[in-house]
Write a protein that binds this ligand. Structure first.
Ligand code: HEM
Length: 369
């Protein structure tokens, strides 16, 4: 009897550690997976991060030209640790996490991220004070509508109770929410287009019709908004490959779900990736079919049946910007190239804060005549 009790205690004590080592081994193996390298335009956080920083903060991290390896590496490491904590039983607890081997690395990366953001704010403030720049233009003189950072600094200068720390928190939220999500969405949309040439051809036809045959001609926001078929394709790509697979909420009130009472203050995770593959809502869910999102087909579904940008008061405030980013890049590439599948390539789907493919996202580009 005592033997059984001791054995049970041993198993209970050892289980979290074994789980943790299993996760660590799995997580390390993400980097180690051999395989082809992705085409550089896909899933590259730097590209979209740079785009978001410049648009929202009127400054540039020059990720694509010079590279900002320290910041980019820190954000990716931070998100890996964040995801591990999310799935680990004990590391989610801030107190226990301090005893984890990952804690020093976590702190160091967090500091890099905070230092970067503080510098962005400091430089912008100094430049504004010296009147070197017009707050409504970016540092290279391109006029943009008041960048988010300028709006925050204006508010703080005009007496609103907004400390530099508050501003940093807003800037960080934008960086975190805006860079990996959009790059993931774009990478997987290209993959879906490569896997479904029929729909890619329809997108191309629409691009030629709306943007004209000259692939070097610039595009306007109004033209991007007219790309209706591309809208359907992006929606379907984000259904099959949900860029944000999971969101969390803390319950303000008791709630009953499928007859089960869930008490107030419980943290509930909503598995968007699973919702998007519910055969009752999306019949034949593995099939890529943009026409599911035609207005007549969409009207049969509940408004919250498909929520890639979440819903309610904390939904994605960057969604319109994100769709414009996606359309711009897709148009830019598809006007010049066909994207073709790489034989035998299958993405190994995983999650690291956003949806990831462990073996990259790989395809071939064929220049159009
Ligand atoms: C395809 C690209 C994107 C997807 C799929 C996406 C998805 C999401 C989702 C699901 C949330 C809600 C998270 C939650 O409920 O816990 C969210 C929040 C947010 N997103 Fe996005 N996002 C994208 C791009 C962007 C971009 C480009 C920006 C900024 C320029 C951005 C800024 C934000 C912000 C600031 C929040 C937090 C809103 C709040 O907490 O009130 N997102 N996003």
């Amino acid at each position: 009897m005592i033997g059984y009790i001791l054995l049970t205690i041993l198993v209970l004590v050892a289980a979290p550690f074994l789980w943790w080592y299993w996760l660590l081994a799995k997580y390390k193996s993400l980097d180690a997976v051999p395989g082809p390298k992705p085409v550089p335009i896909m899933g590259n956080a730097k590209d979209m991060g740079s785009c978001t920083v410049k648009t929202a903060f009127g400054t540039s991290i020059n990720a694509q030209q010079k590279g900002n390896p320290k910041y980019v590496a820190a954000i990716s490491k931070f998100l890996e640790i964040f995801t591990l904590r999310f799935f680990s039983g004990w590391m989610g607890n801030p107190f226990l996490f301090r005893f984890s081997k990952l804690y020093p690395e976590y702190k160091e990366n967090l500091k890099t991220l905070h230092d970067f953001t503080k510098n962005v704010i400091k430089n912008r403030r100094t430049a504004r004070e010296k009147s070197k720049i017009n707050p409504n233009s970016s540092e290279d003189g391109i006029k943009i509508k008041a960048a988010l950072l300028d709006m925050l600094l204006d508010a703080s200068d005009n007496g609103m109770d907004l400390s530099d720390e508050d501003i940093r928190a807003e800037v960080d939220t934008f960086m975190f929410e805006g860079h990996d999500t959009a790059s993931t969405a774009i990478g997987f949309t290209f993959l879906a287009l490569a896997e479904n040439i029929k729909y890619q051809n329809k997108v191309y036809e629409e691009l030629v019709e709306i943007l004209g045959p000259d692939s070097n001609e610039g595009v306007t926001v109004s033209q991007l908004n007219d790309l209706k078929y591309l809208d359907l394709v992006i929606k379907e790509a984000m259904r099959v490959y949900s860029p944000v697979p999971l969101i969390g909420r803390s319950l303000d009130n008791d709630c009953v779900l499928d007859g089960i009472k869930i008490p107030k203050d419980t943290t509930v995770n909503i598995f968007l990736y699973g919702m998007n593959r519910n055969p009752n809502i999306f019949p034949n869910p593995d099939l890529f079919d943009p026409e599911r999102f035609l207005p007549e087909n969409q009207s049969t579904r509940h408004n919250f049946a498909y929520i890639p940008f979440s819903a309610g008061p904390r939904n994605c405030i960057g969604q319109k910007f994100a769709v414009l980013e996606l359309k711009t890049i897709i148009a830019k590439v598809l006007r010049k190239f066909e994207v073709l599948p790489l034989p035998n390539f299958k993405p190994e789907i995983g999650m690291c804060s956003v949806l990831k493919s462990r073996n990259g996202i790989v395809m071939q580009l064929k220049r159009r005549n």
